[in-house]
Design a binder for this molecule. Structure first.
Ligand code: HEM
Length: 617
């Protein structure tokens, strides 16, 4: 049989008629198809929700139902709309704010107080999430093992965010993760040589920053400024790269030099991170929106810089091999990774793995032998994980010190009493870190991270078998069904009055939501800092997957504070006398209530301006 329907009649009038018939018939065909699909989808959604509720209801734990899971797509398309509705209609019920992002920053412990429980479920048709501000349970989830004898894994949404450049120490699980950790932990986490570099470079960066502000008498853009400081520190400690401190605007204006372009690309990438996560760079670069094109370009540039750094190090190892120099004991992160990926074996090095243009054109990962490809993404995760978190913690601390100048004085007195007349720029990690590790600087870091942990939530997933978890306060353990996600709420934990009300004081006297670094200081006659109830303060998480950079951050924070406050003090800028201290302080607190998680917790609005002034003695 010969069908000729696809050949439209040539006559113009007939053609119009044919088109009408065609569009009517396709509409007639598509409408029922669309309706049936929509009905099937709704039926499936209702059925899934019913199944999830059947899992949750018998447990007797409070729960809220919301219609979607906060994956990357709802984050972009749905949640901003919900946030707008909430603002316009002033909706305050938990059912609504739980649909937004970062409700935990605004709520702190209040939602747990409202439900009368330190754990509660959010039930969506697709997933059930248990939110936890119970320290015993948090410890078991983060440090305990699942049914297969392995640590509980991170849910996909957490890994996918940081897996932008491929698998790495953060996103890997099981044996692959152990490989990453074995190589990276000794270099970043423990090596005193690296920590000495961290100390030295933090002081250098701060010296350069202060010199700049001294000359310019400008007010500073603190979050960006400290991102530059910590980028300089991780670049030197992890990659032996020296980056002089310059403000972001100057770095961008000097975009032609490598450092400027590098900082610009990281800045654009961080500002548009969610887009870079949901779409590959080549798609973003084709879209008609400037911001998205820039995000795609920045992700590509970032790979390009990593490839260059990799190539440089490969060449150095090749040279070392030829001159029979083995790996030096002070090898940095990049060198350890490149060597661990088999590149220091003479035979492999004879032939280049990829030409320069291939390296530049491909993701960094493809430059390595297949079995070791997973190691290649570690440098990227170290830049991402190791610079924003600590930069924002330092900037948050600076704002707290601007709001509470009395603690600047305490800090400065501590520095003077330890250093006497000696020059702080001549100090070293080995000789000085311990002296500062249980005083005001350490207390200010702990209190800053208690009020504003760099990472608001960390999460784990229960595998295919039910698991039982302990609960604090003598409550009965709870057995959770399979495939549930458990989100550990750092802020809920560090504001939980059961663990933060001080002995002999009421909850309000303990000022749990306020900046009181003295709560961490050792009691008189003792040298150990206050140790909170296990699990109630975990900004670096705990267990085998806890933060690799905890000591790194502590050293960086200490040297930075030393460098800043030995000679300088921080103040709110009065904007030519138009803003009082109280107004600036209120503005600052209001901004802090509205911090959002991009990669780390950070301001979304404008923080009040601050300025560095010579310390009065
Ligand atoms: C204030 C600073 C920092 C904070 C608050 C912080 C916090 C965290 C948290 C909460 C985790 C997740 C652990 C989990 O899911 O259980 C983590 C993981 C990690 N952090 Fe940090 N971090 C900081 C600084 C750093 C620095 C400076 C580095 C590197 C130089 C670093 C490297 C890592 C790595 C590699 C992981 C993944 C560990 C693994 O999965 O085995 N972090 N961090």
């Amino acid at each position: 049989m010969n069908f000729t329907v696809s050949d439209p009649p040539r006559d113009k009038g007939l053609s119009k008629e044919w088109n009408t018939i065609f569009s009517q018939s396709s509409a007639a065909m598509l409408t029922p198809l669309f309706l049936t699909t929509a009905l099937l989808f709704m039926g499936h959604t209702c059925y899934s929700l019913h199944t999830q509720l059947c899992k949750v209801r018998p447990l007797g734990i409070p729960y809220f139902v919301i219609p979607f899971y906060p994956g990357p797509l709802p984050r972009i398309f749905l949640i901003p709309f919900v946030q707008l509705l909430i603002k316009v209609f002033g909706l305050t019920h938990p059912q609504f704010f739980l649909m937004t992002l970062d409700w935990q920053v605004r709520q702190r412990y209040e939602i747990y107080r409202l439900t009368g429980s330190d754990i509660f479920f959010i039930v969506t048709p697709w997933k059930v999430v248990l939110h936890v501000a119970d320290p015993d349970m948090a410890v078991e989830v983060l440090a305990g093992k699942g049914g297969n004898g392995e640590l509980y894994t991170r849910p996909e949404i957490f890994s996918s965010m940081l897996g932008l450049f491929g698998e790495n120490v953060f996103t890997a699980e099981g044996a692959v993760w152990r490989d990453h950790r074995k190589i990276t932990a000794p270099v970043i986490g423990k090596s005193w040589r690296r920590l000495s570099v961290v100390w030295e470079e933090s002081l250098t960066q701060i010296q350069q920053m202060i010199r700049y502000y001294d000359k310019q008498e400008a007010t500073n853009a603190s979050y960006r400024d400290f991102r530059r400081v910590t980028l300089g520190v991780i670049a030197r400690a992890g990659f032996s790269k020296v980056m002089e401190w310059v403000p972001l605007a100057t770095a961008i204006a000097n975009g032609r030099d490598d450092e400027g372009s590098y900082q610009k690309c990281l800045h654009v990438l961080f500002e548009n991170f969610i887009w870079a996560v949901i779409a590959p760079s080549w798609i973003l670069e084709m879209l008609p929106f400037k911001a998205l094109r820039e995000a795609g370009g920045a992700a590509n540039d970032f790979r390009f810089f990593m490839n260059e750094w990799f190539e440089e190090r490969k060449t150095k190892i090749e040279l070392d091999n030829k001159t029979t120099l083995g790996p030096s004991s002070g090898a940095d992160l990049m060198e350890s990774l490149v060597r661990s990926s088999g590149l220091d074996k003479g035979s492999t090095l004879e032939a280049p793995l990829l030409s320069k243009s291939e390296v530049i054109g491909n993701a960094f990962v493809q430059a390595l032998p297949f079995s070791l490809q997973h190691l290649a993404n570690s440098p990227q995760i170290f830049i991402l994980a190791g610079h924003e978190t600590s930069a924002h913690t330092i900037a948050n601390a600076i704002y707290f010190l601007a709001m509470y100048p009395e603690y600047q004085v305490k800090l400065q007195e501590e520095v003077d009493s330890i250093l006497g007349d000696s020059d702080h720029n001549q100090t070293s990690y080995e000789a000085h870190f311990d002296a500062f590790s249980s005083g005001w600087i350490a207390a200010i870091m702990c209190e800053t991270l208690r009020l504003l942990p760099g990472v608001a939530t960390t999460a784990r997933q229960i595998g295919p078998t039910p698991r039982t978890f302990p609960r604090a306060g003598g409550q009965r353990p709870v057995t959770l069904p399979p495939d549930i996600e458990i989100w550990i709420q750092m802020i809920g934990l560090s504001h939980n009055p059961k663990y933060w009300t001080q002995p002999g004081k009421t909850e309000s006297q303990s000022a749990i939501s306020e900046f009181r670094p003295e709560r961490w200081l050792p009691k008189s006659g003792d040298n150990t800092m206050f140790k909170p109830y296990n699990g109630s303060y975990i900004p670096f998480s705990i267990g085998a997957r806890g933060c690799l950079g905890k000591k790194f951050t502590h050293v960086e924070f200490t040297a930075t504070m030393l460098g800043l406050f030995r000679e300088m003090s921080v103040e709110f800028d009065s904007c030519g006398g138009r803003k009082t201290f109280e107004e600036a302080r209120r503005e600052c607190l209001a901004q802090m209530e509205n911090f959002e998680s991009k990669i780390t917790l950070q301001p979304t609005g404008k923080m009040p301006r601050i300025k560095w002034v010579k310390r009065r003695r």
